[in-house]
Design a binder for this molecule. Structure first.
Ligand code: PGA
Length: 247
């Protein structure tokens, strides 16, 4: 594992954007795995700026998002489909048919999940996967559990995730309690993984995920055995790892 410390969350975003830009430039038909949440917003802004400066061409890039709430239409402003259009898709020359987000409104969710993994395979797998991390150690919506789930699947969200994410909904009751998520297996198949984290709320879990035992109770801990993981985090998020002298 490679750790890149950043002074600020803006610097974290720039470092991560540079890795994505290199990937896009060196392989213009790359398959990117993308994430939502607060942390990647700045990174997407950086990629848009590079595109506007004529440095990045997304016309042959394909994307697969990690997850989506069950029951939210693509035009609901808290759906991850909406987020991606707002944060990236509508501002670069990605082709609509190249952008994939699990469909949380599918009538048969199991089939949707199976098809999603199949589609990733048909595209040749993910070259570079972006991840955030939840305060409970989730990656995508793989919540703490008794085992590591493999493929894309439907999941009941934990009270911790519901509490953190319900702040974005008009009323907490509107927050869906289940989601579709790529599994740990789907994420693990990516050739290369970049996890970004910022702020003091992530410092405990970053330590546990990257330096604690590998356990499905901390889903991100499985990343310790992936062959190509880069953690990019600001100093607030790295505080515990640094205090323990681990970097
Ligand atoms: P955040 O979410 O970027 O909004 O902190 C990260 C996550 O829950 O994976």
């Amino acid at each position: 594992m490679n750790i890149i410390p950043a002074q600020t969350k803006e610097e974290m975003a720039r470092f991560a954007a540079d890795i994505f830009a290199d990937q896009i430039s060196s392989k213009p038909d790359s398959v990117l795995g993308l994430a939502t949440g607060e942390t990647p917003r700045e990174l997407y802004k950086e990629l848009i700026a590079k595109h506007e400066a004529g440095e990045l061409d997304f016309s042959n890039i394909s994307t697969f998002n990690l997850d989506e709430y069950v029951g939210l239409n693509a035009d609901h402003d808290q759906s991850y489909n909406y987020y991606m259009h707002d944060a990236l898709f509508d501002h670069v020359n990605l082709r609509d048919e190249h952008c994939h987000v699990p469909d949380g409104t599918a009538t048969d969710l199991e089939t949707e999940c199976r098809d999603y993994d199949e589609r990733i395979k048909q595209y040749g797998g993910i070259d570079l996967q972006l991840l955030g991390i939840g305060v409970n150690g989730h990656i995508a919506f793989n919540e703490p559990d008794e085992e590591f789930p493999k493929g894309t699947h439907a999941v009941d969200l934990t009270p911790s995730t519901i509490e953190v994410n319900s702040q974005y909904f008009a009323t907490p009751e509107e927050m869906p309690t289940s989601a579709l998520t790529m599994g740990i297996g789907s994420i693990f198949n990516a050739d290369r993984i970049v996890l970004i984290a910022s702020g003091p709320t992530k410092t405990e879990i970053l330590h546990d995920a990257f330096f604690g035992p590998i356990t499905p109770k901390v889903p991100a801990s499985i990343l310790q055995i992936h062959p190509d993981v880069t953690l990019i985090a600001d100093e607030e998020a790295l505080a515990k790892i640094r205090a323990k002298g681990l970097i």
